[in-house]
Design a protein around this ligand. Structure first.
Ligand SMILES: [Zn+2]
Ligand SMILES: [Zn+2]
Length: 890
């Protein structure tokens, strides 16, 4: 018989079971057209770096769902993959080159791409290994990479289809430009930092007249690209200047003064310099007023020929020079300190330059409409629901999507330019000639696509689209998209748009959004704060199961998660508790043996009926909670059941019964409860449950009919026949009585080995409690423990502790130990508390608003609580009056 080691050592079992599952092919679903599959496409991690806790959370939540559905017998696919991550990866490899004194330009595009491929392949290996470490039960035989042949063909196909429909165009628009990476980047890749800078007041002389118009700016060097000064039409200070011109100093260019209602009269002087080529707001103003654009910078943020005498200067050197020159001419009115938010490139920390640039764009509005509709009509449900509002807001205000990047790493834009007729040929396969004039002198666009373009196709490109594959027919639409709420727009919304566009059907039915992971005090984890938790270190120290449990217990969708040492420790303690309980059960089974008949015996004793009833209620709750995506709550309930009801009570009682060789034996219920608990817990803690389940299986008489692994065993279903309210009421009372006596022992510091006496008074539950008297004696170390009817009650003569419980009163006579005055005070305090609670509930039940809004069962529950409290108060008052009368003669 396989003996599990005394102490739980996670490292020893994790690898073993993962290899076993993998070898058995459990992760690969069998396509069965008669059954509806459950499908999750994994958000592909970037091939840039190490696994962090966010990945561990994603993997754990998805694995929970996937393992649960698989155990319910659904063909379950969890498709893993990795993302080439465009700029993020390119910058990492560039930085490596820089350390060797190299640049990508020096080694050329081909060699550079080769180097990134080497890096990416290595990192993909890491991503795979790290997910396997976490127990992720994904189908590695279907693993995809965004740059694989299939997904790449999907990217070109989607591009060409959109292009042919007129939904992709090339144009000059305002974009975020990184002068170091020398590419357009998305809003998500811009980090905003608060900078203490200055507000510079510059004088522009009025043309054909006297005086100046003073404008305020944080970036004086951009005046070289100004094409107007704008004022608010209602601003009396400037009314007479509207329609006139001012002269840009130094370069002596004349620009108009225009009126625009968007100008904020309270900012600076109320006169705004308009630099359409270098500011997004100014760009919009320019569009409204048909103003020309003057681009003053090169791609590397040095000044170009439009900057006149400043040509060739770097942007900040230019600023210094411009300020000095303005000062010389007495055109710098004043400088004020000014804090403002400035965008930086997330990858290289260079200050972003908003810039008008020739790029490719997706016309998103026609794609957004059906995507809004799909959520509005409930074809896609977003959990938690509050993010639906955010989704609608974004989608209803969507802007065209800049999809071209001036990078070398990514999907090359499938567009060829003709040198003969200068027209554009968009094609999935490399064309031999221009599709317009037939010329062979064509060259492909050198840019690549935004990395989110391929991500947007991920739900269908991974299943084979544009080919009509069996996978695509069976697994699309997928079931759940699980990801962080921070990329709802950048990724989820675009998948919805592209899924509907390419497939004509939503890509998934449910979006589940998880929160961010913070430290114990709720602070964001960052290297700077030094509070980052490294998953591999946690796994080494606590084991994967404990990490998974700590990450997901007691959390709810969309809310941030606080994780620290105490949560990890308590998760590990839970694994240890389960391990020790299982070891005790294995030893008992080995000592006594378990016949086939024994397993089929119906519960006879109250505690057997109780644990079985509680287990079945748990099964019902857990299935419901998993159905509702309340994973954290489901885990909490399993935890409470195993830790308290099963280990602290049932097993402790079973130990007494086993010692006394009582009949019936608790063994079948020990084995059965453990077996079902392991199945319930498996999706959350796959490794320890498999290890214990395999060891238990060997000891069960029906092991031959059991599956070869817990991960393909069926998930428990409720047997409502097992519900036993009477047994539950008795056991609730037993637990309450034992706890109350233990509390007395603790409060009066009774030595652990000393037996004390106790009397329990009850009417309705008396016979049930009587049957548990011997067990209560041992658990509370109270002997004799008499269970009496209330009619048998004798005065306590003031030397006893009295406890009024839900269904019983407990009297613990502690002659010489108890201070009756203190005891009286305690009872008065308790009845005051109960009075306050009664008043609260009565007020609620008088509240018309509450009564009209609350469901009937909630009102019923309040009434029930009230009657329990009233009954308790009644009995407390009786005890008090007894105490007063008996103590007065003491
Ligand atoms: Zn950059
Ligand atoms: Zn041509």
């Amino acid at each position: 018989m396989y003996q599990i080691p005394k102490a739980y050592e996670p490292g020893k079992i994790e690898q073993k079971w993962y290899d076993f599952w993998l070898k058995q092919g459990y992760f690969t679903p069998k396509i069965n057209p008669g059954k509806k599959p459950f499908v999750i496409i994994m958000p592909p991690p970037n091939v840039t770096g190490e696994l962090h806790l966010g990945h561990a959370l994603t993997a754990t939540l998805e694995d929970i769902m996937v393992r649960w559905h698989r155990m319910r017998g659904e063909p379950t696919l969890w498709l893993p993959g990795a993302d080439h991550a465009g700029i993020a990866t390119q910058v990492v490899v560039e930085q490596q080159l820089a350390r060797q004194g190299q640049t990508k330009e020096k080694i050329g595009r081909e060699r550079f791409t080769e180097l990134i491929w080497e890096w990416a392949n290595k990192k993909r290996e890491d991503v795979r290994r790290q997910h396997q470490l976490l127990g992720a039960s994904c189908d590695w035989s279907r693993e995809k990479f965004t740059l694989d042949e299939g997904p790449s063909r999907a990217v070109r196909t989607a591009f060409v289809r959109l292009y042919n429909k007129g939904l992709i165009y090339r144009g000059e628009r305002m974009i975020n430009w990184c002068p170091r990476c020398r590419t357009a980047i998305s809003d998500l890749e811009v980090e905003h930092k608060d900078i203490v800078g200055h507000l510079y007041y510059i004088r522009y002389p009025v043309a054909q007249g006297k005086g100046f118009v003073t404008v305020a700016t944080t970036r004086p060097e951009t005046f070289l690209g100004d094409t107007a000064v704008a004022v608010n039409p209602e601003d009396s200070r400037y009314k007479k200047l509207i329609g006139k011109s001012v002269i840009l100093p130094i370069i002596d260019r004349e620009i108009p003064v225009i009126a625009d209602e968007a100008v904020d009269t309270s900012f600076g002087t109320g006169a705004l310099k308009i630099t359409p080529a270098h500011d997004p707001t100014d760009f919009e103003v320019a569009q409204r007023h048909n103003l020309p654009l003057v681009d003053i910078m090169n791609p590397d943020a040095t000044m170009n020929e439009n900057a006149g005498p400043y040509e060739g200067l770097e942007r900040f050197a230019c600023r210094d020079k411009v300020l000095a020159d303005l000062k010389d001419r007495n055109l710098l009115e004043k400088i004020e300190p000014y804090s403002h938010s400035v965008g930086h490139c997330e990858r290289c920390q260079t200050m972003i330059e908003p810039r008008v640039s020739l790029q490719w764009f997706v016309r998103t509005e026609p794609l957004a409409k059906p995507a809004i509709q799909a959520v509005r009509e409930g074809r896609i449900r977003i959990i938690p629901e509050r993010f639906t509002k955010t989704y609608f807001y974004w989608m209803e205000n969507i802007k065209d999507w800049c999809i071209s990047r001036q990078l070398w790493w990514g999907h090359r834009i499938p567009v060829w330019y003709c040198q003969q007729c200068s027209k554009v040929t968009a094609s999935v396969d490399e064309p031999a000639a221009c599709s317009h004039c037939g010329s062979r002198q064509i060259t492909q666009d050198t840019d690549v696509l935004d990395t989110w373009f391929s991500s947007a196709l991920w739900t269908h490109s991974t299943l084979g689209w544009p080919e009509d594959t069996e996978d695509l027919r069976y697994f699309y639409p997928t079931s759940v998209m699980e990801t962080g709420y921070d990329i709802l727009f950048f990724w989820v919304a675009r998948m919805i748009m592209m899924g509907l566009e390419d497939m004509g059907e939503v890509p998934f039915h449910t979006v589940y959004l998880h929160g961010l992971i913070r430290d114990e005090r709720g602070e964001k984890m960052s290297k700077l704060r030094g509070n980052v938790i490294n998953p591999s270190e946690v796994i080494d120290k606590y084991g994967v199961d404990a990490l998974r449990f700590a990450l997901t217990t007691g959390t709810s969708p969309g809310n941030d998660i606080n994780l620290g040492k105490s949560k990890l420790e308590s998760s590990r303690n839970f694994v240890n508790k389960l391990w020790n309980a299982a070891r005790f059960i294995f030893q008992s089974l080995d000592a006594e043996g378990l016949g086939k008949e024994a397993m089929e015996v119906a519960a006879q004793s109250i505690e057997d009926k109780w644990i079985d009833s509680q287990l079945n209620r748990l099964i019902k709750d857990v299935n419901r909670l998993l159905e509702e995506f309340q994973f954290g709550e489901a885990e909490q309930e399993i935890y409470d059941f195993i830790w308290s009801k099963f280990c602290d009570w049932y097993i402790e009682i079973a130990k007494i019964r086993l010692r006394n060789r009582s009949n019936p034996s608790p063994l079948p219920f020990l084995a059965n409860t453990l077996e079902k608990s392991l199945r319930l817990l498996h999706p959350f803690m796959p490794f320890v449950t498999e290890e214990l389940w395999q060891a238990l299986k060997q000891r069960l008489p029906n092991s031959g009919r059991m599956p070869s692994s817990l991960m393909i065993a069926s998930y428990p279903v409720t047997d409502e026949e097992a519900f036993a309210p009477e047994a539950e009421r008795v056991m609730d009372s037993v637990i309450e009585i034992v706890r109350s006596i233990r509390n007395v022992r603790a409060e009066y510091k009774v030595e652990p080995n000393k037996w004390i006496e106790a009397r329990v008074y009850a009417d309705e539950l008396r016979s049930g409690l009587l049957a548990q008297a011997r067990i209560m004696e041992i658990l509370a170390r109270a002997r004799p423990l008499a269970v009496l009817s209330r009619a048998e009650r004798q005065p306590d003569k003031g030397k006893a502790v009295i406890m009024v419980l839900k269904d019983a009163e407990v009297v613990v006579p502690l002659a010489g130990v108890v201070d009756w005055r203190a005891e009286k005070q305690r009872l008065i305090k308790e009845s005051d508390e109960i009075k306050a609670r009664i008043a609260q509930i009565e007020a609620r039940l008088r509240d018309v608003a509450f009564l009209s809004k609350a469901p009937a069962q909630v009102v019923e529950k309040e009434k029930e609580k009230l009657s329990i409290l009233e009954d308790k108060l009644d009995r407390l008052q009786q005890e008090l009056s007894q105490l007063t009368s008996s103590s007065s003669d003491a």
